[in-house]
Design a binder for this molecule. Structure first.
Ligand SMILES: C[S@@+](CC[C@H](N)C(=O)[O-])C[C@H]1O[C@@H](n2cnc3c(N)ncnc32)[C@H](O)[C@@H]1O
Length: 285
């Protein structure tokens, strides 16, 4: 589907149920054809189910997950025996790649606010990998879930100091400031001392701010205090945060910023490793 801003806004203005139905119908012929010709993988959802981004062929979906795994290995030294938490686990893109990397002594926990992805992952991945566990948590997000429960008040259902690594791909780009602040506080609780977190964001600073509105399809025109929203109507559509604000948010939870790796979403692709900006931070010992 073409991604210019008016089409994007129209797409986001529909309910998640409507979007799911349209996506399913749109991809039905190709999903059917792939099934008939054996062009599928048992862990990869049909294109019509992939609500988390641009639907891809099973080979591309696996490749995207492998790219995410590569980043976790190179940037936070993910180890095969690590206990990991995947915030916003979606429909298994990262988890599929992790099945062939994490060993049996590792544990993978993922949670998400959309039941479709969690059900898919538990029925396909957990079935073969019992050390992988996916939870549905019903929380409000105006793009995905109409629940009355707030992400800004959510307590992660895991023991304190229990994860070596925590990551989230393209999740904090769909959440509000108070929600992200609460997730930082929860990450601080459930990470082990010296544990490391990896999250992607859309970040800007005073110099790059002027680039944002001109970036085709990514028009963050709703300016707030230290952040910008793509849409005031669907607030979770996408959020860009000023670097200084993000740094203060981490500091106030006593999390240490390790590094920011610029993504190429603002335009210049040269030598950049990922579309969104990557933020690595850690819990002190
Ligand atoms: C763009 S998708 C990315 C999914 C997955 N991380 C991936 O890389 O394929 C964003 C995901 O964040 C989830 N999400 C949104 N708000 C959330 C929240 N408050 N807590 C956990 N997950 C959330 C959405 O349901 C969706 O699955």
């Amino acid at each position: 589907m073409k991604k210019n801003s008016s089409l994007r806004n129209f797409w986001y203005s529909m309910s998640s149920k409507q979007r799911f139905l349209i996506r399913k119908m749109y991809y039905l012929p190709i999903d059917f054809y792939d099934r008939l010709t054996g062009n599928y993988h048992k862990y990869v959802p049909p294109r019509g189910y992939i609500y988390t981004g641009s639907p891809a062929s099973y080979k591309d979906y696996i490749k995207q997950g492998e790219q995410q795994l590569g980043l976790l290995k190179s940037e936070i030294d993910l180890k095969p025996s690590d206990r990991v938490l995947d915030i916003g686990s979606g429909i298994g893109r990262t988890a599929i790649a992790l099945t062939s990397y994490l060993n049996k002594s590792a544990t993978y926990e993922g949670f998400d606010v959309v039941p479709l992805g969690v059900k898919w992952c538990n029925s396909k991945i957990k079935k073969d990998y019992p050390n992988f566990n996916f939870r549905y948590i019903s929380l409000f997000n105006d793009l995905y879930n109409k629940s009355k429960l707030k992400a800004s008040e959510f307590t992660f259902p895991y023991e304190e100091n229990s994860f070596d690594k925590i990551f989230s791909f393209s999740v904090f780009t769909h959440m509000q400031i108070d929600e992200i602040q609460n997730y930082f506080s929860e990450i601080q609780k459930v990470l082990k001392p010296n544990g490391v977190a990896f999250s992607t964001f859309f970040l800007y600073d005073d110099d790059s701010e002027s680039l944002l509105p001109s970036n085709k399809g990514f028009d963050f025109s709703n300016k707030k205090e230290g952040y910008k929203l793509m849409s005031d109507k669907v607030k979770s559509a996408n959020i860009a945060i000023h670097n200084d604000k993000l740094k203060k948010m981490l500091e106030s939870e006593n999390l240490t910023l390790v590094k920011i790796i610029d993504g190429f979403w603002k335009g210049e692709k040269d030598k950049k490793i990922e579309y969104q900006d990557i933020v690595i931070f850690k819990k002190n010992s």
